[in-house]
Design a protein around this ligand. Structure first.
Ligand code: NI
Length: 288
């Protein structure tokens, strides 16, 4: 094993863990090396510009109707980018993020979800105020989640750094709605007004990270700078407690009818019809 693979992130100090539990978020100035940040920036530039995953509904515009493959997206996102760039599995960011997640959630925490978000130069749109848990697809599964959000260039209020409401993770899941109250748009927004006096912006160097709880209210501003703003996010979860969650899904998620979901369903249908055609062929060939 190469020596550098043995290195783990500076684990959070007791004071940082305590601050996470009190505020629902904490930030670190470095979670990986500058060399790896450069490498990741190259990978994500390629994934976004080649529209990787678009046909499968994994790449889409978070804040628009997302129907036109060629239209510039105001906030493109890729779900599970590791499926389109397997080299993302081998990063120090991943090792260090898991160590931090386990420091907060305990040793049973496992990777649960990942995504990348780009805000193009000058017109990248804001990510509305929300709690990640409000977009949970299966609310019957009850688990705790932390997300580790790493910018691939320095972030400030000008280019869309994260903002948080301290203590909001203790207030339960608030009512949300689709952005602009339009279920054709992927993004959701908190339906309760946010008190600007409680908001804390989190500027960071490239390769730093914010770490937030699944119920912490957060927002990322528009990108008004001349360069792109990209962030790579890894989320980790405790094992779900069976039967402890809600009995029904959130209404703002159940109403979704996005172009992304239509592409995802079409791609899954195509895969399953391909599989049944292959099965029929095998049966014919072998007479079973
Ligand atoms: Ni979020």
């Amino acid at each position: 094993m190469p020596a550098e693979a043995l290195e783990v992130a500076p684990p959070l100090t007791d004071a940082q863990v305590a601050r996470f539990h009190q505020d629902g978020f904490v930030s670190v100035t470095a979670i990986t090396t500058p060399e790896e940040v450069d490498l990741l920036r190259g990978i994500f530039t390629r994934l976004f510009s080649s529209k990787a995953g678009r046909e499968q509904g994994a790449q889409f515009d978070m804040v628009g109707y997302d129907e036109d493959d060629e239209a510039p997206a105001a906030s493109p996102q890729i779900l599970h980018p590791v499926r389109y760039a397997p080299e993302l599995r081998e990063t120090r960011f991943r090792v260090n993020a898991l160590a931090i997640a386990r420091r907060i959630l305990g040793p049973t925490a496992e990777p649960g979800f990942e995504h990348a978000i780009l805000k193009p130069a000058l017109y990248g749109a804001p990510t509305p105020w929300h709690q990640d848990e409000a977009s949970r697809e299966d609310p019957q599964k009850d688990y705790e989640q932390v997300s580790i959000w790493m910018p691939l260039q320095p972030v400030s209020v000008e280019n869309g750094c994260m903002h948080f409401v301290p203590g909001s993770h203790r207030e339960g899941v608030l009512p949300h709605r689709s952005l602009n109250d339009d279920p054709r748009i992927h993004a959701i927004e908190c339906a309760v007004p946010i008190d600007p006096a409680r908001v804390v912006p989190c500027p960071l160097p490239a390769g730093g990270a914010t770490i937030h709880h699944g119920r912490t209210l957060h927002y990322a501003g528009p990108n008004e700078s001349g360069g792109p703003r990209a962030a790579y996010v890894l989320a980790f979860r405790t094992p779900p407690r069976p039967g402890a969650g809600r009995t029904t899904g959130y209404p703002w998620m159940q109403e979704k009818c996005t172009a992304r979901l239509a592409r995802q369903r079409a791609a899954r249908r195509a895969v399953s019809s391909l599989a049944s055609r292959a099965l029929r062929k095998v049966r014919r060939l072998f007479g079973v």
